[in-house]
Design a protein around this ligand. Structure first.
Ligand code: SF4
Length: 545
């Protein structure tokens, strides 16, 4: 069985995964995901017609579309049953909307009715794949796919906010507009690029909503030291992005003698006072997601995967890794929520106690997190003075999604070579390339400021805008350079957000997206001066002159 997927940075040969995903996605899952996206487009054609008539779309439908987009994001769900369940639900939703619209609709995606068996669905999926329409203009395909991936990133952020009861109606409606625009053959390239820029605006919006949600629910992050070594005792490692899952687990493990560690993108949780108040939230485990198979190998504790990035679990820890939310893998235990979103973690808790945990503490090694926009800007006066008196000459935002390719050592080397009179802001899991190194201080401030998760690109933008305001200049006139690594589709959403804010001159790597056609790339270079990374020395020379 063949497949085609090129949505992430590690795609085979930088072109596309065709025999199986480098991520472990099978051709069967790839086909079911193609068909699910096809169904979402069909649903959106009907939903968009209702929106145009001024009608509201049921939030359960929004949630379904959002979760389905999220489950097709790289390293989220590898479970065929979950996909079949979602496909069946998509048909029910489509039928309800179709009846409501009650109009002559001609798009294949809207007219298609889901087949009843998996075998038939797999056959149907051939007509839903990215490369199915061989006649489609390469640039149109490129923009449609970029839009799709941006939308998946937006869905991931919105899912996280919605789980703590925050959302944006504008973003909710945009899913339907954007998905149906991907089926509209009358749209010219410029109009689709306009839609892409609108996706960037929606990405800013959803990150703003998530920022508000996290700041209000867990209080604003404050600088906090985090132990990155292990402690004696039974434990659970919590990976992914979802703070509500972490808090529910912290509540349910309180007083039970279980240590909770954050992992990967959960690290910024320590900076939030409402999460850091739990004394059994003891530290951060391991490093970035791509090292999980090695770092989880035979560990005497459990792992909870709340969002991406999940890799195929090895036999040595298959019995102790659990998924929740949209995450899934065949034969891996899954913890579902009840109708109020609450989850019962007793099974993972019992397993962690049974495994017994580590026998001894390792020596404590601490890193600093918690420099969201509020914490960083509470030092605004000191930062501005340090720039004015020449103690701080430049700011670098180095971060983004990390991945496994050796070329990513660029980011470590770059951070190491940043001059001592510069401040480094970082976010997302790209920080693991250098966040345990010593950077010291400049003008009384830490030289490395951890702004947070990938969605906290919004926080970095708030910091940059505040500095631009203080210096009476535009964001592109600041002594600020963005050195971004990308891997999956949240990074696409982040990039579109930055472009929609007019940020220019971003250094992007380690390689450029395979889904950008030469013309679309040229458009981005001409209009936004996007630069592929070269070597740290050359790029630093170009930036600092
Ligand atoms: S998500 Fe990435 S690695 Fe996985 S199949 Fe798609 S392109 Fe390949």
């Amino acid at each position: 069985m063949e497949m085609f997927c090129y949505q992430c940075e590690q795609t085979a040969f930088g072109k596309g995964c065709t025999k199986g995903g480098v991520c472990g996605k099978t051709p069967e899952i790839a086909a079911l995901q193609d068909l699910l996206i096809y169904q979402l487009k069909g649903i959106s054609i009907y939903a968009n017609k209702l929106i145009e008539k001024g009608e509201k779309i049921d939030k359960e439908v929004v949630k379904f579309v959002e979760d389905s987009l999220f489950m097709t994001l790289t390293n989220v769900n590898f479970n065929s049953e979950d996909h079949l369940k979602a496909l069946k639900k998509s048909q029910q939703i489509k039928e309800v909307l179709r009846e409501k619209v009650n109009a002559d609709v001609k798009n294949e995606e809207a007219l298609y009715n889901l087949s009843s068996t998996k075998e038939e669905m797999l056959l149907d999926a051939k007509g839903a794949g990215i490369m199915y329409d061989e006649q489609l203009d390469g640039d149109i395909r490129s923009v449609r796919e970029t839009l799709k991936y941006g939308l998946k990133g937006i869905a991931a952020y919105s899912h996280q906010a919605r789980f703590i009861n925050y959302n944006s109606d504008e973003v909710d409606d945009f899913y339907f507009k954007a998905l149906s625009s991907m089926t509209d053959d009358s749209l010219k390239l410029e109009e689709l690029i306009g839609c892409l820029m609108k996706a960037g605006k929606m990405s800013v919006k959803v990150m703003e909503v998530l920022d508000k949600a996290n700041n209000e629910k867990y209080n604003s992050p404050t600088p906090t030291k985090v132990n990155v070594n292990i402690k004696k005792g039974p434990f659970i490692v919590v990976s992914g992005h979802d703070f509500r899952d972490l808090q529910m687990l912290l509540d349910q493990t309180e007083g039970k003698g279980i240590n909770i560690y954050t992992h990967g993108e959960m690290l910024p949780a320590h900076g939030y006072p409402e999460l850091n108040k739990y004394s059994h939230l003891v530290g951060n485990f391991g490093s970035a997601w791509q090292n999980q198979q090695k770092e989880f190998d035979s560990i005497p504790g459990c792992i909870l995967m709340t969002t991406n990035c999940l890799m195929k679990p090895r036999d040595s820890y298959k019995d102790r890794i659990f998924t929740t939310s949209v995450v899934g893998f065949d034969e891996i235990k899954h913890i579902d929520k009840d109708e109020n979103g609450n989850k019962d973690f007793s099974e993972i808790i019992e397993k962690a106690l049974e495994l017994g945990g580590y026998e001894e503490d390792d020596e404590v090694k601490e890193i600093l997190v918690g420099f969201g926009h509020k914490a960083t800007l509470s030092n605004a006066e000191a930062i501005i003075n340090a720039v004015k008196n020449g103690q701080v000459k430049h700011f670098f935002l180095i971060g983004g999604c990390d991945g496994a390719k050796p070329g990513r050592n660029y980011y470590t080397e770059f951070a190491e070579k940043v001059p001592k009179d510069a401040i480094i802001l970082t976010l997302a899991c790209g920080k693991y390339r250098f966040n345990k190194l010593e950077f010291g201080e400049v003008a009384g401030l830490p030289r490395l400021l951890d702004v947070g998760q990938c969605n906290d690109a919004y926080s970095a933008v708030r910091i940059a805008l505040a500095l631009a305001d203080a210096f009476g200049c535009g964001i592109n006139d600041l002594p600020l350079s963005l050195i971004i690594s990308w891997y999956e589709q949240k990074a696409v959403a982040d990039l579109l957000a930055l472009l929609s804010l007019g940020v220019k001159g971003i250094y992007l790597g380690p390689s450029l997206p395979a889904f950008l056609s030469p013309n679309v790339l040229k458009y981005l270079v001409d209009n936004f001066d996007i630069k592929p990374i070269s070597t740290p020395d050359e790029d630093l020379k170009e930036i600092l002159g």
